[in-house]
Write a protein that binds this ligand. Structure first.
Ligand SMILES: [Zn+2]
Ligand SMILES: [Zn+2]
Length: 368
C-alpha cells in the first residue's frame, strides 16, 4: 500500500502534525499528483492565525492547508488524456491546476463568472481523515478532482518559479484585467508580497505607463523594481498616509492613479488607496479576506470622482493559462525565480509558517 504524508492542521494556534494516509486511486477524470513545491500563501496565514470566520466557512479538523503549488502526474484517471489547453498528458508531466472546482449549475457559472461559484471550494470543507485525503498542498500528494482546469508546465520554467502561478499570479493577472488596466495608465500596488510583485509585472505587461509600489520592507521594494516598478514608496520614508498620497499625486502629475490594487490584506490601507485614485479610477480589492474587519468610507468620493471599487476572489481558467504564458515569455525579463525566497521540508512546516508570518520572506515554500 502506497502512503503519503501530509501536514495536518488542527486549528489556529496548534502546531501542525505529520499524518500519513493511503494514496488513493484516481477515479475517472481525476488525477493524483506528486507534489514538488507548495507555497505558503497569505490566505494560508490568515487561516493559521484564525482570522477566517469558522462558523461561516466550516472547519472539520484536521485539514491540509495550502493551495499554491505544482507537481508531477503520478496517476491519470480514466479519460484524462489532455490538459485544458489540449496538450497531451503523460505520467511524470509537470502540471499546475486550479485548486477549486466550479459546479457548472449555479447562477455564477451560468454567467461564466466561474470564480464566483459558491460551490467551488472543497479544500477547506473536508477533513483529511476523509478519503481521498489529499485535499491540500502541504503533503506528498494531491488529489485533483474530475473536471479541474489543469495545464502542463513549459520546460523553461522551474518548479519554484511556477509554484505561485495557480493562486497569486492568476489572481492578479485576472484582477488587473478586471480593473481594466490600459496602455498609458498609472497603477499603484499596495503591498509588495508575492501578489504585489506579480501584480507589478501583470500591470507592466498590460501596458501601464507607470507602476508605483508601496511597502515598508526594502527587500520587497527592491524585488518590485525587478518586476518593473517605476517608483517605490517606502513606508519608513513616508510614514503617514497623507505623505504617501501626496507622493502618488506628485508622481502622477497631480491627477492620481487609474488603478490602485489592495494586496496588503488589511482594511486600514483602503482609504489611503482610494485617496490615491484619480477621477474614473478603479480600486481593486483582492487582499482583504478577513470577514468582520472594516473601515469607514465617504462614498461621495466615489460618486464625485466616478471612481469604483471592484472585488475579486479566485480567477477563471484562462487566467491560469495567461499567467503561465506571461511567465514563460518574460522569464528573462523579471526575477520570477526570486519570489520563493525560502524553502522548508514538510517536517518544518511550523517553522515555515512562523517565518512567513513575520513577513521577512516574500514567499516561503514547502518542498516535501
Ligand atoms: Zn492563495
Ligand atoms: Zn457554480
Amino acid at each position: 500500500m502506497l502512503t503519503g504524508r501530509v501536514a495536518a492542521f488542527y486549528g489556529p494556534g496548534k502546531p501542525m502534525r505529520i499524518n500519513e494516509y493511503e494514496v488513493p486511486e484516481a477515479e475517472p477524470g481525476a488525477l493524483v499528483v506528486k507534489m514538488s513545491v507548495a507555497n505558503v500563501c497569505g490566505s494560508d496565514l490568515h487561516q493559521w492565525r484564525g482570522e477566517f470566520d469558522v462558523e461561516k466557512f466550516g472547519r472539520p479538523y484536521p485539514q491540509i492547508l495550502g493551495h499554491e503549488m505544482t507537481g508531477t502526474i503520478h496517476q491519470l484517471g480514466e479519460g484524462v488524456t489532455r490538459d485544458t489547453a489540449g496538450q497531451p498528458l503523460q505520467l511524470g508531466d509537470r502540471v499546475v491546476w486550479r485548486y477549486f472546482y466550479p459546479c457548472g449549475t449555479c447562477r455564477a457559472c451560468l454567467k461564466r463568472i466561474t470564480r464566483a461559484c459558491p460551490n467551488a471550494r472543497t479544500y477547506l470543507t473536508k477533513s483529511c481523515d476523509e478519503s481521498p485525503h489529499f485535499y491540500g498542498a502541504f503533503g506528498d500528494y494531491y488529489y485533483v478532482r474530475p473536471g479541474a482546469a489543469l495545464f502542463k508546465v513549459p520546460d523553461e520554467l522551474s518548479d519554484t518559479m511556477v509554484a505561485g502561478v495557480n493562486c497569486a499570479l492568476s489572481q492578479v493577472v485576472g484582477g488587473m484585467q478586471l480593473a481594466g488596466v490600459k496602455m498609458g495608465e498609472s497603477v499603484v500596488i499596495q503591498g509588495a508580497g508575492g501578489l504585489g510583485v506579480y501584480a507589478t509585472a501583470a500591470a507592466r505587461e498590460l501596458g501601464a505607463a507607470q507602476v508605483i509600489v508601496i511597502d515598508s520592507i526594502p527587500e520587497r521594494l527592491e524585488l518590485a523594481r525587478g518586476f518593473g516598478a517605476d517608483a517605490t514608496v517606502d513606508i519608513e520614508e513616508f510614514p503617514d498616509a497623507d505623505m504617501r498620497v501626496r507622493r502618488v499625486l506628485d508622481l502622477t502629475d497631480n491627477w492620481g492613479a487609474d488603478v490602485v490594487a489592495e494586496l496588503v490584506g488589511h482594511p486600514r490601507v483602503v482609504n489611503e488607496g482610494l485617496r490615491m485614485l484619480g477621477r474614473t479610477g478603479r480600486y481593486l480589492e483582492i487582499g482583504n479576506i478577513n470577514p468582520g474587519l472594516t473601515y469607514e468610507l465617504d462614498p461621495s468620493t466615489l460618486v464625485f470622482g466616478n471612481r469604483s471599487i471592484l472585488g475579486m476572489v479566485y480567477y477563471e481558467a484562462e487566467h491560469l493559462q495567461q499567467a503561465l504564458d506571461l511567465m514563460r515569455r518574460t522569464r528573462n525579463t523579471y526575477p520570477w525565480h526570486k519570489v520563493v525566497s525560502h524553502t522548508f521540508p514538510l517536517e518544518q512546516i511550523n517553522e515555515a509558517f512562523v517565518a512567513a508570518d513575520q513577513g521577512k520572506v516574500t514567499r516561503a515554500a514547502i518542498v516535501p
